[in-house]
Design a protein around this ligand. Structure first.
Ligand code: SME
Length: 159
């Protein structure tokens, strides 16, 4: 890894390391899920200026749009459809460097070029929601995003 790239990555990691305790503080005093998800989106948008950041909530056999920051988005996604529906079905984080290369990607905005989707688990290990973060640049997410966004999602109580 070049020195420059190392510095860029260290800086992103530092931003996550400073943001996570702030988010923990933000959600600690509030039990309402919608309020907490909304503030998490706002905090992530303010820190990283993501093109789109938001939650989809599992409701029956669909994901339904929840709190988000960014352009208007698709409201319902079936299980197994798109990156979000796949992350739900596979119970796994999905990192997509190029959305055009992902079969079945749902383009809520033609400006979205790369994305990462993190499932949020309930007490019985079932997926209750997903966090979707989109960028208008190709290949904009890496393992640092996966690590810290996953930590963030594990802080959220979604039962
Ligand atoms: N691209 C997502 C859909 C959600 S929007 O990007 C906000 C997908 O393929 O599941």
């Amino acid at each position: 890894m070049s020195e420059d790239l190392h510095l860029i990555n260290a800086s992103k990691e530092e931003q996550y390391l400073s943001l996570l305790p702030q988010i923990e503080g933000l959600i600690a005093g509030e039990v309402d899920l919608t309020a907490n998800l909304a503030n998490v989106c706002a905090a992530l948008k303010a820190q990283f200026n993501f093109f789109w950041v938001g939650f989809y909530l599992v409701k029956g056999d669909e994901l339904v749009l929840g709190p988000f920051q960014g352009p208007v988005a698709c409201t319902r996604i079936a299980k197994g459809r798109g990156v979000c529906g796949q992350a739900w079905q596979q119970k796994q984080v999905i990192l997509v460097p190029d959305v055009d290369a992902f079969p079945g990607h749902i383009a809520c905005s033609s400006l979205s070029k790369s994305e990462v989707v993190i499932p949020l688990f309930g007490a019985n290990d079932e997926v209750k929601a997903v966090l979707d973060v989109d960028s208008d640049r190709l290949n904009d997410f890496d393992e640092i995003d996966v690590t810290y966004l996953s930590k963030l999602c594990s802080l959220l109580s979604v039962n």
